[in-house]
Design a protein around this ligand. Structure first.
Ligand code: PLP
Length: 413
């Protein structure tokens, strides 16, 4: 238990899959004095971030920036494009898909929740939570909908509760193959700026994201990337919306401003994060996360514990879900690791609570901070009485040693 006069030495290891560790460069940028959000300097900042964020979404179309968490941006996406009673097709990949589905129902939409059709021996209570979306199931369902009752297909790109990604291009192909006019809305809250995501190429109508994951910012701002079809849909949509309404925001954004007081200091942070990510190059950013994920998975595989994602094709580059042996409470292991080693891991959410924990490999990390995470988890598992097949820390060290980073540091002799 922390008391006010107790401060652990060294850095806390924030290895949950978001909020991610924030680089000092971003924190320093955020500490600049707050400026007049109607003044000339602000307009320049607004235009810079509104342009830069498009490059991150890989889109030519507008991106809305809200001063809310990702949940607000979920609501904005639905409220701007749909009308009461509209039917939406959603897909259960895990807890975040489940929460978005619940929100859509609460907003007065008629919802349908497709899911994986098989069984899972390791996590029988959550059979679909180890796999990505089966796009052919979406295609089949859309083909049955001859009257086009389904107005939108809503899916999660990187399911943060499981560590499984989904092939969004395949979902687009499924919609096109069925010749269906439904909008495609994608939650890439934890995928963006870590896993490859292409809003325009993949024909996404609304992409929802947040600041506190791949963008390496604190929580507090979130995004809707739009397509021209989504903007057209918003002109007919009748769900109530005011604060979240795209029209007034788009109008003011044209000159770099917002209709209300925006989150100035988080926008300083965003500007800095954009410089870092775009300076590195998105392909390098994606390769960096893939490599980190492979190093962490090498450790989990050496321990002999199941990775939650059952399909290597869709392993998340952002986080790895680790299933604990039957009878070992994953949350007790997490608590012990936090108490003993000042290391936070993600808890199992919803249907998998207590059966797994999540190791984040995103944000301001590097090989050595990830090795510290692996070491902390390995010690915690052993202290919890879990029998490990082999040393994971050595497996991760071997992986990182054998696979140089795409842009390893070089020093002059
Ligand atoms: N969707 C996904 C995939 C998430 O990972 C999260 C948060 O972790 C959310 C939605 C909800 O976002 P927020 O907690 O920022 O409201």
């Amino acid at each position: 238990m922390l008391t006010l006069d107790y401060h652990p030495t060294g850095n806390h290891f924030l290895q949950i899959p978001g909020p991610s560790p924030v680089p000092d460069r971003v924190l320093r940028a955020m500490s600049l004095p707050t400026i007049d959000h109607r003044g000339p300097e602000f307009g320049a900042l607004g235009l810079k971030v509104l342009d830069g964020i498009k490059q991150i979404f890989q889109t030519r179309h507008p991106v809305i920036i809200y001063p809310t968490s990702g949940t607000g941006a979920w609501e904005a996406a639905l409220a701007n494009t749909l009308s009461p009673g509209d039917h939406v097709l959603m897909y259960e990949t895990g807890q975040f898909a489940t929460l978005w589905h619940k929100m859509a129902t609460r907003l007065g939409l008629s919802t349908e929740f497709l899911g994986w059709s098989g069984e899972d021996a390791v996590l029988p209570a959550a059979p679909g939570w180890r796999h990505g979306i089966q796009a052919d199931r979406i295609e089949q369902r859309l083909r049955q909908d001859r009257e086009y009752r389904i107005k939108a297909v809503c899916v999660v790109h990187n399911e943060t509760s499981t560590g499984v990604t989904s092939d969004i291009a395949a979902v687009r192909r499924a919609i096109d193959a069925a010749g269906h006019p439904a909008l495609l809305m994608v939650d890439s809250i934890s995928g963006l700026a870590a896993a490859d995501f292409r809003h325009d190429d993949w024909g996404v109508d609304v992409t929802i994201s947040g600041s506190q994951k791949g963008l390496m910012l604190p929580p507090g701002i979130s995004f809707n990337a739009l397509s021209p079809r989504a903007i057209d849909a918003s002109r007919q949509a009748k769900l109530p919306r005011a604060f979240f309404s795209w029209d007034e925001i788009l109008e003011m954004n044209a000159t770099g401003y917002w209709p209300y007081t925006p989150n100035t200091n988080l926008l300083y942070g965003l500007s800095e994060a954009l410089d870092m990510l775009l300076g590195e190059g998105l392909d390098n950013v994606f390769a960096r996360h893939q490599r980190w994920a492979a190093g962490v998975r090498a450790a989990v595989q050496a321990w002999g514990l199941p990775i939650q994602c059952a399909d290597p094709e869709v392993y998340s580059p952002v986080l790895t879900g680790v299933i604990t042996p039957e009878g070992v409470d994953a949350d007790a292991v997490r608590r012990l690791i936090h108490q003993r080693f000042d290391l936070s891991l993600g808890t199992g959410l919803g249907k998998v609570r207590g059966r797994m924990f999540r190791m984040g490999h995103l944000g301001n990390s590097n090989d050595l901070t990830l090795l510290a995470m692996v070491a902390g988890v390995e010690m915690g598992l052993k202290l919890s009485g879990v029998k490990l097949a082999q040393s994971g820390i050595h497996a991760a060290m071997d992986y990182f040693s054998a696979h140089a980073a795409p842009r390893a540091l070089t020093h002059a002799a």
